[in-house]
Design a protein around this ligand. Structure first.
Ligand SMILES: O=C(O)CCC(=O)C(=O)O
Ligand SMILES: [Fe+2]
Length: 342
């Protein structure tokens, strides 16, 4: 490992400082507290950080262990084996190792699967193209229990995501189930991330700075650390401390728009290190492709005029994804493209 492939090199302004402050303000919330208290704490986490962690979340800990085990076993296999379930132009699901964030290659390999099988999404990002495509998962033969564990894990984390969605809705003064309907025929997916040790941790990132596009992300990480969040108060990159058995939750762009900017989708990134590999498993909670996203009426009034024009979720996501398969010279679509200027 002498030279780094230039595709991985971050532009100067995005390179990580490897010494970071130990500051910690990201709330840790005990989900077994009573609802009133939870709503308050979650509202504060969403408002102040866009991130919080939860414990006593109801996802069986032994299932998380089994999930971590099959993820590690899968990635430990030879490239030849992993490529048997490689993503391609036809099927974007399965294994891949060449994702780009903002046109720089991420130092990671991943395995993706949809929560609903099949899932329906727009065939292309082209605004005029109404064709719909059906996505189906592809599963590796090895390890043998991989598929079953992944599916069981997905159902449990999905339940947690709905519970969190209710709490977030209540914290915005909405009915608990106000946003539920948008997730019928959801386009949610799970990703297993493996960040190998990297000889150039000052030049590359596991995932470049980005915001999550969907509603919520529910992530489990191992004890290595590396996820950093851009602190709202001063723009500093703050590490999200690994807490055993906790899930890290963050608000995505869809919640920012639905909430009419009461909550913001916060930038984050993953730094890698030269000694340890790292594993993480995000669940991206995404609405159905046909959902039009716009500020919720209840949150629009004279003091808070609508800040966004409506946009179609499926097309937004298809456009965002256009640049992560191959390096493409396109601007990443962001919700600010739909912002209504005052
Ligand atoms: O691995 C992590 O901790 C976060 C990954 C992430 O932000 C993403 O995949 O969107
Ligand atoms: Fe993310």
């Amino acid at each position: 490992m002498g030279e780094i492939d230039p595709a991985f090199i971050q532009p100067n302004e995005n390179r990580p400082k490897l010494k970071v402050s130990e500051a910690d303000g990201i709330p840790l919330i005990n989900l077994s507290s009573d609802t009133e208290e939870l709503v308050l704490e979650i509202g504060q986490g969403c408002k102040n950080w866009g991130f919080f962690q939860v414990i006593n979340h109801g996802v069986p800990l032994e299932l998380i262990r089994r999930m971590e085990k099959v993820a590690k076993e899968f990635f430990d296999q030879s490239m030849e084996e992993k490529k048997l379930v490689k993503r391609d132009e036809v099927n974007p699901l399965g294994y891949h190792d060449s994702e780009h964030t903002k046109n720089v290659r991420d130092w990671k390999e991943v395995f993706d699967f949809m929560v609903e099988d099949p899932t329906f999404i727009p065939a292309s990002h082209e605004p005029g193209d109404e064709e719909i495509r059906m996505l189906t998962n592809q599963w590796p033969q090895k390890p043998p229990e991989f598929r079953e564990v992944c599916q069981e894990y997905a159902r449990e984390v999905e339940n947690l995501a709905y519970k969190l969605l209710e709490l977030v809705s209540l914290s915005l003064g909405l009915q608990a189930d106000r946003i539920h309907g948008y997730f019928k025929d959801q386009t949610s997916f799970l990703r297993l991330n493996h960040y190998p040790a990297c000889p150039f941790p000052e030049l590359a990132l596991g995932v470049g700075r980005h915001k999550d596009a969907g509603a919520l992300t529910v992530l489990t990480q191992d004890d290595v650390g590396g996820l950093q969040v851009k602190r709202k108060s001063d723009g500093e990159w703050i590490p999200v401390k690994p807490v055993p058995d906790a899930f890290i939750i963050n608000v995505g762009d869809a919640i920012q728009v639905w909430s009419n900017d009461r909550y913001e989708s916060v930038e984050h990134r993953v730094v890698v290190n030269s000694e340890k590999e790292r594993f993480s498993i995000p669940f991206f909670f995404f609405p159905a492709h046909h959902v039009m996203i716009k500020p919720l009426e209840e949150l629009v009034n004279e003091q808070h005029p609508a800040r966004y024009r409506e946009y179609n979720w499926g097309k937004f996501y298809a456009t965002r994804n256009r640049s992560d398969y191959k390096k493409l010279d396109v601007e990443n679509i962001q919700i600010h493209h739909f912002r209504i200027l005052e």
